[in-house]
Design a protein around this ligand. Structure first.
Ligand SMILES: [Zn+2]
Length: 97
């Protein structure tokens, strides 16, 4: 397993394994003008962002994309790899033949 990848933090279900996939809902690339909005003790983290997550707002006029920024520590188990945001998915272990 790649050392840069965070531990999934849990055991996979019986007969399954974790595998890394790109998370389409996130975009890598922070900006110094955007700060992590993860809440800690009632205050936002405030560290410079490294990635953003599209949490669309549903308005009367339609759906407006809204990007929420996060630092590397607060990506909910995701990480940036080769310029994209990755996450863990679970799949069945292929029977060996
Ligand atoms: Zn943060």
């Amino acid at each position: 397993m790649d050392d840069r990848r965070p531990d999934p933090g849990r055991e996979p279900p019986e007969g399954c394994e974790f595998f890394a996939v790109m998370d389409e809902g996130w975009r890598a690339g922070g900006s110094s003008s955007h700060r992590c909005r993860y809440m800690l003790n009632g205050r936002s983290c405030g560290a410079p962002s490294v990635a953003r997550f599209n949490r669309p707002r549903h308005l009367k006029t339609g759906i407006r994309p809204t990007w929420w920024h996060y630092c590397a520590d607060h990506m909910y188990g995701r990480w940036v790899e080769n310029g994209v945001v990755m996450t863990w998915h679970v799949r069945d272990i292929e029977p060996s033949r």
